[in-house]
Ligand binder design. Structure first.
Ligand code: DC
Length: 230
């Protein structure tokens, strides 16, 4: 099994599951959301108007972005490191300003095409767990295992509120729930690669299940292939 595709809405637990799964299998882990976040961060940094599709798309082509596993000297709770033009911006990707603008940036076709190209190149290394919104449907439609992880909007907002306050940001549950619902709406109704499960994805509801239990179930699934296919 060279490739595992995991999709689902914001804060569904897909990143935690993907990361643990990659650890267990000794696979590379790629959170593709961080790529759209890096483009958004760079646009804000350079004062590019987020509504200017041409300028944001040009930036997506030009951006020099590197994502790699955490080195010992960088360990500060991060799960991977993201550099843009040599600068470590891993934590900048989680700020409310990036959260507020990333859905719009990721709705642009040219931005998506460029990110998908880079994601496929990463996938070609093999032994990868890739997490996002369109991995099973667009980026890696031939992945032998596709998972679609969801949870109720309220549970996702609770998780995001907790994460945000643990990172030292001000976190108001009602505002975060409104933002989760707004992003769900944008991500699933956009014209290009809307958020939806692939026809052959396995659906998992994480509302009442801890990530470790989901990971164990997936590992069991991989070890006991259906019809000997995997
Ligand atoms: O998973 P996340 O919250 O870091 O994703 C940030 C944004 O990027 C979110 O609005 C959805 C978008 N995204 C996407 O359109 N396609 C992906 N493969 C990953 C993320």
């Amino acid at each position: 099994m060279a490739m595992i595709a995991i999709d689902g809405p914001a804060a569904s637990g897909k990143s935690t599951v993907g990361r643990l799964l990659a650890e267990q299998l000794n696979y590379l882990y790629l959170d593709t959301g961080c790529m759209y976040r890096a483009v958004t961060w760079a646009a804000l940094q350079q004062n590019i108007d987020i509504g200017d599709e041409t300028a944001v798309t040009q930036l997506a082509h030009d951006i020099q972005m590197e994502i790699y596993p955490v080195r010992d000297e960088e360990a500060d709770g991060r799960h991977y490191t993201v550099h843009v033009a040599g600068q470590d911006i891993t934590w900048e990707l989680r700020t409310p300003a990036v959260d507020a603008n990333v859905s719009q940036v990721s709705s642009y076709l040219g931005v998506r095409q460029e990110m998908v190209k880079r994601q496929r190149a990463f996938g070609e290394r093999g032994a990868v767990v890739m997490v996002g919104r369109d991995i099973g449907t667009v980026v890696m439609p031939d992945a032998p295992l596709k998972l679609y992880i969801t949870a109720s909007a309220e549970e996702r907002a609770r998780r995001r509120t907790r994460d945000r306050s643990e990172q030292g940001h001000i976190a108001n549950y009602d505002d975060i729930l409104a933002d989760v619902l707004r992003r769900d709406q944008i991500d699933s109704s956009r014209t290009h690669s809307p958020l939806r499960p692939a026809a052959d994805a396995i659906l998992i509801d994480s509302t009442d299940q801890p990530p470790a239990a989901i990971v164990n179930a997936i590992l069991q699934m991989i070890q006991e292939p259906v019809n000997g296919e995997r």
